[in-house]
Unconditional design. Structure first.
Length: 220
């Protein structure tokens, strides 16, 4: 009798090993393996593939690599903006939720640390698909009511070319700059409001002293 009970308990124990219970509700993105297939742990040092890939689409966030030189200035809770390649022309407010405690050193790539930025507005994630490519801009500092120039106009050494409308010549100007991002740079000295700064600095012949004609932007 005891032997029969032991066999039943063993069968039940083996049966429980065939049942997987997810720790949260989600979407099954991928099933690894086929019905009836057995899976065994991998040797030490080799990760065992998951039985399924389960997605929780209620807490989407973006993971972005930040250069080790800049990551020291990033703090949990800082504001930022997320742009999605599939949703052009839109910027979604976000907030830093986690900073990786280590730096990744990959071949042919700068040393970086991963930073996770979550969406501030819960309603925004309703439009998202898991796996979208995205860019993250983290606000380290901000200024209001300051003079700024497009960052693309800056030459090496924080110099710009200024267009003089009266005689059509280009003059070089050294600027004192403040905070900056990829789009704009704060001007603290060396330029007055209303002066015309040259944007097409990569064109051939665009050098100090050259004669130039200002172009009128075309409306789209």
């Amino acid at each position: 009798m005891q032997q029969s009970v032991a066999h039943v308990e063993l069968a039940r124990a083996n049966l429980t090993r065939t049942v997987l219970r997810a720790p949260f509700d989600g979407i099954v993105a991928k099933v690894t393996g086929e019905q009836g297939e057995f899976t065994t742990p991998s040797p030490p040092g080799i990760p065992t593939p998951p039985a399924i890939d389960l997605i929780d689409d209620h807490c989407l966030y973006v993971t972005a690599p930040i250069d080790e030189v800049d990551v020291a200035r990033v703090r949990v809770g800082q504001r930022g903006y997320i742009t999605i390649d599939a949703l052009p022309g839109r910027r979604f407010p976000g907030r830093v939720r986690r900073i990786a405690p280590y730096v990744v050193d990959l071949e042919k790539q700068a040393r970086t640390a991963d930073v996770e930025v979550e969406f501030t507005n819960a309603g925004d994630i309703k439009e998202m698909l898991v796996g979208y490519s995205a860019d993250v801009e983290i606000i380290l500092d901000s200024r209001a009511n300051v003079l700024r120039v497009p960052t693309q106009a800056l030459l090496e050494g924080d110099r710009v070319l200024v267009y003089a409308a009266d005689d059509g010549t280009l003059a070089e100007r050294k600027l004192g700059v403040g905070i900056a991002n990829w789009e704009f740079t704060e001007v603290q000295s060396g330029l007055r409001q209303g002066e015309n700064v040259v944007l097409s600095v990569e064109r051939e012949g665009v050098v100090p002293g050259a004669k130039a004609v200002a172009e009128t932007p075309q409306r789209r």
